[in-house]
Design a protein around this ligand. Sequence first.
Ligand SMILES: O=P(O)(O)OC[C@H]1O[C@H](OP(=O)(O)OP(=O)(O)O)[C@H](O)[C@@H]1O
Ligand SMILES: O=c1cc[nH]c(=O)[nH]1
Ligand SMILES: [Mg+2]
Length: 207
Amino acid sequence: MDVLVVDHPLARARLTTMRDARTDNATFRAALHELTVMLVYEATRDAAVATDRVHTPVARTTGYRLANPPLLVPVLRAGLGMADEAHKLIPDAQMGFVGLARDEETLKPRPYMESLPADLANRPVFVLDPMLATGGSLVYAITLLTKRGASDVTAICALAAPEGLKRLEESGLPVRVVTASVDERLNDSGFIVPGLGDAGDRLYGAV
Ligand SMILES: O=P(O)(O)OC[C@H]1O[C@H](OP(=O)(O)OP(=O)(O)O)[C@H](O)[C@@H]1O
Ligand SMILES: O=c1cc[nH]c(=O)[nH]1
Ligand SMILES: [Mg+2]
């Protein structure tokens, strides 16, 4: 499984803001927005492009656009903190939604929402979720996508735990991961260490 770690100094700086326990909700959201731009930028680096002719005020030249824009799929809640910025970078992308809440006892994802196109064959998909911890949530979401025919999935995460990456790899699902950091480990409560805490709570407040 391909794992791209975007360890650019500007990405590290946004991640530092997000990790800092003193950062308030609004500043956390702003840092995740900016980090998302960097992650999506790198995730699309090798995307197929289509060419057109474009007339500048001076001459004709070659114009470029994404040949096959990805379906964007934020995993609610926390993935919503990445959705708008990804959409701004790829305005012609369609968006689907998956809602999952991890049971903090069993650490298993509890699905509560699913809104996805029926046929995802030949469509790249970008799954947006800031946190890849045990990997249970992403395995669940990507399984939904592959059942609809998706075979080219990119998981875009602010942080990943080695345990979650291993689980995703062992799932055999057709996924690559783009993240700003692979952290040390999970703690006994299934939180990423050093991590940033509960991403959904830090974006929107505790539920
Ligand atoms: O890899 P996992 O062990 O499955 O954990 C990761 C999941 O946990 C968080 O969501 P959470 O369930 O807290 O929901 P929320 O976004 O509504 O806070 C996060 O946004 C992921 O979806
Ligand atoms: O550290 C973690 C693990 C799962 N979900 C989060 O939001 N944070
Ligand atoms: Mg949460």
